[in-house]
Design a binder for this molecule. Structure first.
Ligand SMILES: [Zn+2]
Length: 139
C-alpha cells in the first residue's frame, strides 16, 4: 500500500521522519508546529528546528468524539483515541498516543512514531505522527 505523511511541512524528510518545529533566534523559544513569529519576544526570527524524537507524557485525555476539520476519520469511522501532550524537553507537542490505554500515565517515556490516519481518495494510506512506548516498556 502506498503511504504518505499527513503534512510534509511537519516533518524533516528523513527516514524515519522527525518532527520539525521552529526556534527563535532571539530567545531560543521552540514551537510546534512552525510559526513565523515568536510567541515570547519580538526580537528574533524563527528558524526550522528538528525536535527530539523522545520525551514523556505531560498530560493526556481521550478524544471521544470526532474533532473538527482538518481531521478526517479512518475508513471504518471515528473511534476514540488517546491524545496527549508530550514533553520533549524544549517544547510540549500535542499528539496521538499509540499506547494501550491501561498503560498510559503521566511521565511515561515515549518515542515518536507514525500511525495510519485515513485513506486518501486514491487509496493512499495517510500517516500521522504519534508517540508510542519503546519495546522494552511494553507489556
Ligand atoms: Zn523569541
Amino acid at each position: 500500500m502506498t503511504t504518505r505523511l499527513i503534512d510534509e511541512s511537519l516533518f524533516d524528510g528523513a527516514d524515519p521522519p522527525r518532527l520539525v518545529g521552529a526556534r527563535c533566534t532571539g530567545c531560543r523559544t521552540v514551537v510546534f508546529p512552525r510559526q513565523d513569529s515568536c510567541p515570547r519576544c519580538s526580537d528574533g526570527a524563527m528558524a526550522a528546528h528538528v525536535l527530539p524524537d523522545s520525551g514523556e507524557i505531560w498530560s493526556w485525555t481521550v478524544q471521544a468524539f470526532p474533532p473538527r476539520e482538518p481531521y478526517r476519520p479512518p475508513a471504518e469511522g471515528h473511534r476514540p483515541y488517546a491524545l496527549g501532550y508530550v514533553d520533549l524537553g524544549e517544547v510540549l507537542v500535542e499528539a496521538r498516543l499509540d499506547i494501550a490505554r491501561r498503560r498510559i500515565r503521566i511521565g511515561l517515556p515515549v518515542r515518536l512514531t507514525t500511525i495510519p490516519a485515513y485513506l486518501d481518495e486514491d487509496g493512499t494510506q495517510v500517516l500521522t505522527y504519534a508517540f508510542g512506548c519503546d519495546a522494552e516498556d511494553e507489556g
